[in-house]
Design a protein around this ligand. Sequence first.
Ligand code: TYM
Length: 332
Amino acid sequence: MKETVVSGIRPTGKLHLGNYFGAVTNFVKMQYDYNCFFFIADLHSLTTHPTPQDLHGYVRHVLVEYLACGIDPEQSTIYIQSDVPEVTELYLYLNMIAYLGELERSTSFKDKIRSQPDNVNAGLLTYPALMAADILLHKATKVPVGKDQEQHLEMTRTFGNRFNRLYNAEYFPEPFAFNYSENLVKVPGLDGKGKMSKSEGDISCIYLADTAEVIRKKVSRAVTDGGPITENQSKPEAVQNLFDLMKIVSSADTLAHFDSLYNGMAIRYGDFKKQLAEDMIVFNSPIRERIEALSEDNTYLAKVAKRGAEKAKESAQKTIKEVRSLIGFKSF
Ligand code: TYM
């Protein structure tokens, strides 16, 4: 029996290089070795109150981009979370065993309190329970995600184990975050601080759908500094971030070349950024072309979503039936 893999992405816009290297590139590789479920987390995205038109457009983007990146609907189950309402039932059961204190301690919840103090809704608080429901619904053991999701995986194990103890059953297996490289990935942004993230705005992100022109413009505006003032000095965060991005999209020789220019205080950031932008364009172009082609094909997209929902529902209904029985819901 193949191990089961589950992962999802919130539809809040277009996918960026962080989503790609943190998650999607692993989805593509994993689909040949595991029983994979890759979904579009539209229920999670409701915490930000998108308009119905925006929501539908964003879900469509992610579906197209999953396919454009190489997720094969014949190999994996690709589905839209709201098409499988069984997840909301499991979410309710997990909410009964998720404690207020542990939910309040979640770093992503604390970040949201800071970043959107006017919209601290209960959905944000119980977000980890919904995410746990996504994963436990298919009894997954591996979850390809970026480093920022590690704490959510820890909470998923806590809820699954607590359920098992409460109902005295070895039912849910323990899921772990996964990346093919040794460590989980955090792709930096272009804004000089932190990770690439939509919440930091477009200036932080290179989207898979960005054209060559847009990439050149964004990279040319990326934050740097006045340049090194001693040989072999350590790099400030903004510059290190650009080197980390180069490590992802450029060849090892290119990276070594600019590293040695930096260490010898001979680097010209203009040249460095030009090279970085061109290597991003080479990386992005084939994906962007597939995005454009697939965007036209409504019939195919509808077929993929329908087939995915059917397969995901089959697995979800089996779990829900067993969970109901463990809880003690019995028919007369
Ligand atoms: P989301 O939508 O914020 O991000 C989707 C995936 O992209 C990864 N990611 C990154 N990885 C590395 N560097 C970055 N800069 C970067 N930015 C984003 C994220 O780690 C994630 O893997 N809660 C999840 C969605 C979700 C989910 C799930 C994931 C809902 N249910 C069940 C796995 C399993 C989220 O908000 O990801």
